[in-house]
Design a protein. Structure first.
Ligand code: DGY
Length: 325
């Protein structure tokens, strides 16, 4: 089919430059307002489109895929994580899935470091003090945080983003430790001077800061459950820029409130926008609204990846970023 006849439905507002480019190339239906599609809108979209461009706020489950029309052949996700898409069912139905890896690595790793620093150096508390006009001047004992140089950083999930975090943390003088399904090549470990822990439990028990950088899959659901959170040192901090489901949020809240964990920096939550209200009350918890990849450059590059995946597919080839279940 000629590219300009390919019907592409985009479920969310995207940066203008991306929407313009998509419209130049394909027969695109764009979203008018910046809200997620309702279930019925999603059903209408999968019934009519050749290509669906969803985001992580759309639940592309087996029920929805069961309603897809004959035409739907590609789900070109605008985002790296595909935990909201039932990739196995899509495959069974002959629908390809692609994503946008690589282009949000640096931005997400930057945000991980920002959270580490925000929690350990108490930046939000300082900001709040300034905003309330309560600063009375420098004091030797005011807002003392913890130094990160020399601290042990445990990275749970040493893929692209985990390695980008390691690179940055090395520059801050931290000691890099990691746990991953597969051990990295020796050269890569040497590059980060990283220590591999086959036992996640043993690593957790020894870290000063734990960074969650693994994807959300059935096997990583509540990987940081109450038992593992209890293994953390009471002085340790946990940060999560990956997916909320990896941490048992209620258990984490209980433990921070009890002083069993020193603090947390979270960009993602187990139940989406339904954030445990008790987390919001804690001064040693820094909460962000899932903005790890939120740079204009990153979002445009994500759009370029989506475009390339659709173009390649339209030309009769496998999308370069095809996701295999
Ligand atoms: C993704 O692409 O999966 C990211 O979480 C978006 O920030």
């Amino acid at each position: 089919m000629p590219r300009d006849r390919l019907s592409v439905v985009v479920t969310r507002r995207l940066p203008e430059a991306v929407e313009t480019r998509l419209s130049e190339l394909f027969d695109v239906t764009l979203r008018d307002d910046d809200t997620p599609m309702s279930r019925s809108e999603l059903i209408a979209a999968v019934k009519s489109a050749d290509v669906l461009v969803p985001t992580l706020t759309d639940e592309i489950d087996a029920g929805l895929l069961g309603q897809a029309g004959e035409r739907l052949r590609l789900i070109a996700n605008y985002g790296a994580g595909v935990d909201h898409i039932d990739v196995a069912t899509a495959r069974q139905r002959g629908i390809l899935v692609s994503n946008t890896p690589g282009v949000l690595t640096d931005d997400t790793a930057d945000m991980t470091m920002a959270l580490i620093l925000a929690v350990t150096r108490r930046i939000p508390e300082g900001l709040a003090m300034m905003q309330r006009g309560e600063w009375t001047g420098w004091a030797p004992t005011a807002l003392l945080g913890g130094r990160i140089a020399g601290r042990r950083l445990g990275i749970l999930g040493m893929g692209r983003i985990g390695q980008a975090v390691a690179r940055r943390a090395r520059a801050f003088g931290m000691q890099i430790h990691y746990h991953n399904r597969r051990r990295l090549r020796t050269e890569t470990e040497e590059q980060f001077e990283a220590t591999y822990w086959e036992s996640l439990d043993q690593m957790i028990a020894r870290m000063d800061i734990l960074s969650i950088n693994c994807p959300s899959t059935p096997s990583t659901f509540h990987l940081m459950n109450a038992r593992r959170l209890k293994l953390m040192k009471p002085s340790a901090v946990i940060v999560n820029t990956s997916r909320g489901e990896v941490i048992d949020e209620n258990a984490l809240t209980r433990m921070i409130r009890a002083g069993d964990i020193a603090g947390a920096g979270l960009d993602v939550y187990e139940h989406g926008t339904d954030v445990n209200p008790r987390l919001r009350e804690l001064p040693n918890v820094v909460l962000l609204p899932h903005m790890g990849s939120a740079t204009l450059e990153g979002r445009i590059e994500m759009g370029e990846k989506v475009l390339l995946n659709i173009k390649t597919f339209a030309d009769g080839h496998r999308p370069p970023d095809q996701v295999v279940p």
